[in-house]
Write a protein that binds this ligand. Structure first.
Ligand SMILES: Nc1ncnc2c1ncn2[C@@H]1O[C@H](COP(=O)(O)OP(=O)(O)OP(=O)(O)O)[C@@H](O)[C@H]1O
Ligand SMILES: [Mg+2]
Length: 223
């Protein structure tokens, strides 16, 4: 049975005072990872193995960039919304999540119709869309996973759909997914979607989630 959730109440704010402290502390282990991967790389002569050190390097770079964005945000109070192409933003999210998808052999099917220019907070929106995509990847199997990304005009609104054929969410759990600290994953923080909802609201975007336990989930964003 397909169930749907709308009208979510967010319970988390996008700004946290502990960000500068956390950002500073996260850079120490990251530097250690970088140094270790360089040493590891110098011992690797097999190009197939080097693919994995490249993945580590790229993703450490992404974490570093996120930390810099967070620190800049503290300096400039709140980052200003800017004019963006929805297609460019989606392509950037696909690039950022590419490693995670390819490590799990997830097929990505893009269907982007006409583009739309929007005025959004760019780095926040990348975080929001990336969270939705990563959850979809987590929910799918590595043998049959297909992620569909659709962007098109529908009834005067622009609509983005992020659809997976993963484990789905039961009607009972669907009520909780946007709550801070709700997680069904071992090692999950349960923060991704509460942050995502706050960012979507901040940018005037409505979200509806449709899911069928056992069949998959679709996040529908409209504006
Ligand atoms: N596409 C999806 N398919 C199945 N379940 C999902 C999907 N997206 C979200 N969920 C459910 O919603 C829960 C909350 O997601 P959320 O991103 O907030 O936290 P998380 O992924 O568990 O941890 P993290 O904070 O590390 O992202 C997940 O634990 C999962 O149960
Ligand atoms: Mg998550």
């Amino acid at each position: 049975m397909k169930t749907q959730i709308t009208d979510m109440q967010g319970d988390i704010s996008v700004s946290f005072d502990f960000i500068p402290v956390l950002a500073h502390e996260v850079r120490n282990p990251l530097t250690n990872i970088n140094l270790s991967v360089e040493i590891l790389d110098s011992f690797l002569h097999d190009s197939e193995m080097k693919v994995y050190t490249e993945v580590i390097r790229r993703n450490v770079g992404r974490i570093n960039q996120l930390i810099l964005d967070l620190l800049n945000r503290q300096k400039f109070a709140d980052m200003m919304p800017v004019q963006l192409s929805v297609h460019d933003l989606l392509n950037e999210v696909v690039a950022i999540t590419h490693d995670r998808c390819s490590l799990k052999h997830i097929e990505i099917v893009k269907s982007f119709e006409e583009d739309r220019l929007v005025v959004w907070n760019r780095s926040n929106m990348i975080i929001a869309l990336t969270n939705i995509v990563i959850n979809a990847v987590d929910a799918m199997s590595s043998t049959t996973g297909v992620l569909q990304l659709t962007a098109k005009c529908d009834d005067g609104k622009y609509v983005l759909r992020i659809k997976d054929n993963g484990c789905g969410i039961s009607k009972q759990n669907l009520k909780n997914i946007f709550k801070a600290y709700y997680t069904s994953k071992e090692g999950g923080l349960g923060l991704g979607l509460s942050i995502t909802l706050a960012i979507l609201k901040q940018n005037g975007i409505d979200v509806v989630v449709e899911s069928s336990a056992g069949y998959g989930t679709c996040f529908i964003l409209s504006f």
